[in-house]
Design a protein around this ligand. Structure first.
Ligand code: ZN
Length: 99
């Protein structure tokens, strides 16, 4: 179950990264297209790609902000979600430094 969720999350991230990458490449490629003026379909597609990239950036920033808030409320929250090993401190390891 956990492995299926992880595979699903990796697939969603890969699709999102590919969409962002190809949108950026396509926008860079079509910025100097032969524009037909008003109602140009390429300009409309460039505008839609720009909105998509702004939406993805806003979603990522919101997620990071929310994760930061939750991690501030409960230290170690982000490390538990992402399976990041928490590096301890001397105090958390209960190591006493004698003179
Ligand atoms: Zn155009």
């Amino acid at each position: 179950m956990f492995r299926q969720k992880r595979v699903g999350a990796v697939l969603v991230c890969a699709v999102l990264l590919l969409a962002v990458f190809f949108s950026s490449v396509w926008m860079a490629h079509e910025t100097e297209h032969h524009c037909t003026g008003e109602d140009c379909p390429v300009c409309q597609a460039i505008a839609m790609s720009g909105s998509f990239l702004r939406l993805v950036a806003a979603a990522i920033l919101s997620f990071v902000f929310l994760l930061g808030l939750l991690n501030a409320k409960r230290p170690g929250f982000a490390s538990r979600i992402f399976d990041i090993p928490v590096l301890g401190t001397l105090v958390s390891w209960k190591i006493r430094l004698n003179d």
